[in-house]
Design a protein around this ligand. Structure first.
Ligand code: XUL
Ligand code: CO
Length: 505
């Protein structure tokens, strides 16, 4: 997620107030035009115009229930169904067939899709150069508590129609920041109470929750790695509450993405002290998790940079090393985000395999970057080859549960129709579903595994077994070299491996 997406959260920045004023003005102008149009129609037809089904966004006070919205949020959108690859209907799945079994498990259980509240319901399309572009009909341009509740109801209609079981959130995405911790917590409690009611009705669950420790100016130097003790304490209090509400909502995981846990310059940074503080913070989180009986998995989400120049959880290997150094490997797993992987100079497949072979693969933030752009663009994944490699890792991992695939992805700034929210998720789900089908074909066909097996077969010998068991010393190996002479080296068969992969796409 890019920080710009959250510009207006908490109502802190001047730009936000201006944007909001501009927005309200636009809405007023819009409603002015609508009124004129309605008047004309009435005069022309001499007919009585029925009251609109939904409450206009700029008329929150005069609309029935507490959050001022009646009827559906997505009126023209049906429940999305599987129609198969030949359908021309954009509002249907071509490859994702939730109940179908692949490799002995239902597709929905391999994939465990989740909608990211912050992108889908707080993303405005604003970027560092321009104002918001998305004016969803249910938004009134405020960050009020009522607006937060209305958005939460939109969220459940959205995931229900999409046929997704999970959602993910940051504390401050779902409820407005207050002037004090107590006020913020009270806001959160009110929205979470509604979320609990709605998710029970809709039979949905939280995949993971997290605390937003990067938007508010207090976190400018970091949260757990801030040079300010009071900020460290504030972050601890915020995480404590975010863990409590995640637990209350039946969350299956809790994520730590170190938004500003890093540095801009080593000249003014005591890196060793900051890393020690981060470890103490995570230890305290483990202790609190146990205290409240939260059984979800704690996840670290690596990212190399953005917003800081260097983030401490650079990539999977760096995070694994950090966890090992501080004795935390048993308590945490990793949430691998594909766009973060490419920012660190790795492929998503590399990061997944690194996490997997270290026993740390917990969850995937499913998105992708742009090969020509150097930052976190958080696009929906549409590359079938990449999805196939991702699914190969997931299958080798035996699935991701209790983790899943969270769409930490957003619409392009220029995609401004409500239906685009559905289309983006549908194509993201279909891409991973197709990746799963391809991975199954690769596994069932066996040629790739056979190629890899053959490549290492020289180790399937007595000496190989001794090496792998740590029983081959240098003297013994030197004796063998004298006996064998110059090694005979086989081809790596990379092009053949690529041909096999291509045959299942
Ligand atoms: C930031 C990012 C976050 C985390 C949760 O790039 O991915 O949205 O997933 O804080
Ligand atoms: Co993420």
């Amino acid at each position: 997620m890019q920080v710009e997406g959250n510009w207006c959260v908490g109502g802190m920045e001047g730009e936000c107030r201006e944007m909001r004023a501009e927005w309200v003005l636009k809405l007023m102008m819009k409603s002015g035009k609508t009124l004129l149009l309605l008047l004309c129609l009435k005069l022309l037809c001499c007919a009585v115009i029925a009251a609109p089904q939904t409450c206009p966004a700029n008329n929150v006070d005069n609309c029935g229930d507490s959050d001022g919205w009646e009827g559906e949020f997505f009126p023209g959108i049906p429940k999305i169904k599987y129609e198969g690859p030949s359908t021309k209907n954009p509002l249907s799945f071509k490859w994702y067939n939730a109940e179908e079994e692949i490799l002995g498990k239902k597709m929905k259980d391999w994939l465990r899709f989740s909608v990211a509240f912050w992108h889908t319901f707080r993303g405005t399309g604003a970027d560092p150069f321009g104002a918001p572009t998305k004016y969803w009909p249910w938004e009134d341009g405020t960050n009020s508590l009522n607006m937060a509740k209305r958005r939460m109801r939109a969220n459940f209609e959205f995931i229900s129609k999409l046929g997704v079981y999970f959602w993910c959130f940051h504390d401050r995405d779902i409820a407005p920041d207050g002037k004090t911790l107590e006020e913020s917590n009270a806001n959160l409690d009110e929205v979470v109470a509604l979320a609990k009611e709605l998710q029970t009705q809709a039979k949905k669950r939280v995949l993971w929750g997290t605390a937003q420790l990067f938007v508010h100016p207090r976190y400018m130097h970091g949260a757990a790695t801030s040079s300010e003790l009071e900020v460290y304490a504030y972050a601890a209090a915020q995480v404590k509450k975010a863990m409590e509400v995640t637990h209350y909502l039946g969350g299956e995981n809790y994520v730590f993405w170190g938004g500003r846990e890093g540095y801009q310059s080593l000249l003014n940074t005591d890196m060793e002290r900051e890393l020690n503080h981060l470890a103490r913070f995570l230890e305290a989180a483990v202790a609190y998790k146990k205290k409240i009986g939260f059984n979800g998995t704690l996840l670290i989400e690596p990212k190399p940079q953005e917003p800081t120049k260097h983030q401490y959880d650079w990539d999977a290997a760096t995070s694994a090393n950090f966890l090992r150094k501080y004795g935390l490997t048993g308590e945490f797993k990793l949430n691998i985000e594909c766009n973060h992987a490419t920012l660190s100079g790795h492929s998503c497949h590399h990061e997944l395999e690194t996490a997997r072979i270290n026993g740390l693969l917990g969850n995937i933030d499913a998105n992708t970057g742009d090969p020509q752009v150097g930052w976190d663009t958080d696009q929906f994944l549409v590359d079938i080859q990449e999805a196939t490699l991702i699914m190969l890792s997931v299958v080798r991992n035996g699935g991701l549960a209790p983790g899943g695939f969270n769409f930490d992805a957003k619409l392009r700034r220029e995609s401004i129709d409500v239906e685009d929210l559905f289309i983006a998720h549908i194509v993201g789900m279909d891409t991973l579903a197709r990746g799963l089908r391809n991975a199954a074909k690769l596994i069932e066909n066996g040629s790739l595994a056979e190629l890899v097996r053959k490549r290492y077969q020289s180790f399937d010998t007595e000496i190989g077994a001794q090496i792998e068991a740590g029983k081959a010393d240098f003297e013994m190996l030197e004796k063998k070299v004298k006996e064998w002479g110059e090694p005979k080296v086989a081809s790596a068969k990379q092009e053949l491996a690529e041909m096999i992969l291509q045959s299942v796409l």
